[in-house]
Design a protein around this ligand. Structure first.
Ligand code: AMP
Length: 204
């Protein structure tokens, strides 16, 4: 999944993975898990994430390489938040070649900056289920245990957007050149974005 922070990558990736029995590989979730468990890696990446910066490529590629060896990845994987740099995309190409896999589709969810800021400022997660909601557009149930991601603060969001434009946006050209990129209008309701991606998956 490609798209700016808050484009809806996580929401869509979880639904697609669950519908097709694929592994959902979110590097952001993996790093957040390391932080929550106070591991050495977590201590290293925690402050980087809080600031809205990107974790170094070598650490990111290593965690993905390990994860891809796990049996649930054999059927297929929905990558969410990875790759985020050209170096990561090149490493992924190499990893897939080694594992005899290939990229089927790179859904690029297009949203405006304005939309990103509105969405992220209202974004909350249910601690129990991991489900992502928006206080206004996709309100959580009354019994949800809500928390806001620390990097959803305004200053961190600005930094994440800067990182996105400088380091991640070049991937749009990278995957377009491979003929696997397809754009989706991220301003549409969640279910409509989902159906559009689904339709493209069945075309594969
Ligand atoms: P996400 O949940 O995908 O928005 O990721 C949250 C944060 O984790 C990012 O702002 C980065 O600090 C870090 N992160 C997640 N994925 C990557 C990646 N592929 N490369 C570098 N940093 C990442």
């Amino acid at each position: 999944m490609l798209g700016a922070p808050g484009a809806g990558k996580g929401t869509q990736a979880k639904q697609i993975a669950s519908k097709h029995g694929l592994a959902h590989l979110s590097t952001g979730d993996m790093f957040r898990d390391q932080v929550a468990r106070n591991t050495a890696l977590g201590e290293l990446v925690g402050p980087i994430m809080q600031a809205g910066s990107l974790v170094p490529d070598d650490l990111t590629i290593a965690i993905v390489r390990d994860r891809l060896q796990q049996p649930d990845c054999r059927v297929g994987v929905v990558f969410d938040g990875f790759p985020r740099t050209v170096a990561q995309a090149q490493a992924l190409d190499q990893l897939l070649q080694d594992l005899h896999g290939k990229i089927g589709l790179v859904p690029y969810i297009v949203v405006t900056d304005e939309e990103v800021v509105t969405r992220i400022s209202g974004r909350v997660t249910d601690q129990k289920t991991g489900q992502i909601y928006h206080l206004k557009y996709n309100p959580p149930p009354a019994d949800a245990q809500l928390f806001q991601r620390p990097d959803d603060r305004e200053e961190a969001v600005r930094q994440r957007l800067r990182e996105y434009y400088v380091k991640t946006e070049p991937l749009i050209a990278y995957y377009r050149a491979q003929g696997v990129l397809k754009e989706f209008d991220g301003a549409l309701p969640i279910e409509e974005v989902f159906s559009a991606i689904e339709a493209s998956l069945t075309d594969l």
